[in-house]
Design a protein around this ligand. Structure first.
Ligand SMILES: C[S@@+](CC[C@H](N)C(=O)[O-])C[C@H]1O[C@@H](n2cnc3c(N)ncnc32)[C@H](O)[C@@H]1O
Length: 309
């Protein structure tokens, strides 16, 4: 049978005109069409089958449900038939009730999508969301980094340095462990990060020129320094005027085992001590806050300190 004849046959039934008109703007499932038209499921399925066979509808599966809509790639003839069908449906007595029911169902669909978020609002930051992780947020935030020169002091093997190097102009990673520096440098080379340079050195006297970097990162490194105040003075020295220090470290704790377990020299820092050392080094706009708290013993808390030269 020709496609014209198929279309004519498909649209020869008033119920099928109603279905075409209902699908004019939105896709609907068989259940939803059933609710709007009050027709039985098998009748709807038969009508849909005929409309699909004539190339007037297309379908999309979503889990166990199938949604139907007007065929977007229908040829010109089929498009004309669809328009005629919609015009015909508008002349039918059921049309206004169909449209009211359609609006109700679409409204409910929207509400259902909001139900979950309405339920979790206020505790969303603590509830699981697919693909929603601090790691992913980290990648997003890194995109905001302008092309600056960064020094990552006590970098370890460069977890953060590597991420920063994908955006920054240059990253200098300093660590006093030869093995860390070697491992980090090899990894950076393997990953093609030419703007990431590892240097062996101490955070109390980093091998970096004075007034040369825009940002210094001290991530969980200061509590390893023998003299933290001296390390902060050295940080100030290598920053260019207006440059920024961002530091993550532990809030003062009394988990003595950290010395043995993690090689820590200081058991975190009191906010007051940090503030005093930063001020003495010459920093301005000092801000220190607790940004993370562990819920298991020994309940470490993480400080984020920011300051400007
Ligand atoms: C806990 S790790 C932190 C690594 C990285 N910054 C991070 O946040 O994942 C501490 C690093 O500081 C290095 N380190 C310890 N004392 C140091 C010092 N005085 N000067 C330079 N690096 C030091 C260690 O070798 C180690 O790689």
């Amino acid at each position: 049978m020709s496609s014209t004849l198929k279309s004519l046959r498909a649209l020869s039934d008033p119920t099928r005109l109603r279905i075409v008109a209902l699908l004019e703007k939105d896709e609907l499932s068989v259940n939803e069409l059933q609710e709007v038209t009050r027709l039985g499921q098998s009748r709807i399925s038969t009508h849909i089958g005929l409309l699909q066979e004539a190339g007037l509808l297309q379908s999309r599966r979503e889990g166990k449900r199938t949604f139907y809509k007007l065929n977007e790639s229908a040829d010109d003839v089929a498009r004309e038939f669809i328009q005629l069908a919609i015009r015909g449906a508008k002349e039918m007595p059921e049309h206004s009730t169909d449209q009211i029911n359609l609006r109700r169902i679409l409204g409910r669909r929207k509400e259902q999508a909001q139900v979950y978020f309405n339920q979790v609002a206020g505790r969303f930051d603590r509830s699981y969301g697919p693909g929603r992780s601090w790691q992913a947020f980290g990648h997003l935030l890194l995109r905001i980094i302008p092309p600056i020169v960064v020094a990552d002091l006590g970098s370890g093997e460069g977890l953060l340095s590597e991420l920063l190097a994908r955006r920054a102009r240059k990253v200098i990673a300093v660590d006093n462990s030869e093995k860390m520096v070697k491992f980090g440098a090899n990894k950076a080379k393997k990953n093609g990060l030419k703007n990431l340079e590892f240097r062996l050195g101490d955070i109390e006297n980093p091998p970096i020129d004075a007034n040369s970097v825009d940002l210094v990162i001290l991530s969980q490194a200061l509590h390893h320094a023998a003299d933290p105040a001296k390390a902060l003075e050295a940080t100030f020295k290598i920053l260019r005027p207006g440059g920024q220090l961002l530091m993550l470290d532990l809030l003062k704790h009394n988990f003595e085992k950290a010395r043995e377990l993690y090689g820590d020299h200081w058991l975190g820092f009191a906010e007051g001590d940090l503030h005093r050392w930063l001020e003495a080094a010459g920093f301005k706009k000092i801000e220190i806050s607790i940004v993370a708290s562990e819920e298991q013993p020994p309940y470490f808390q993480t400080l984020l300190a920011g300051a400007v030269k």
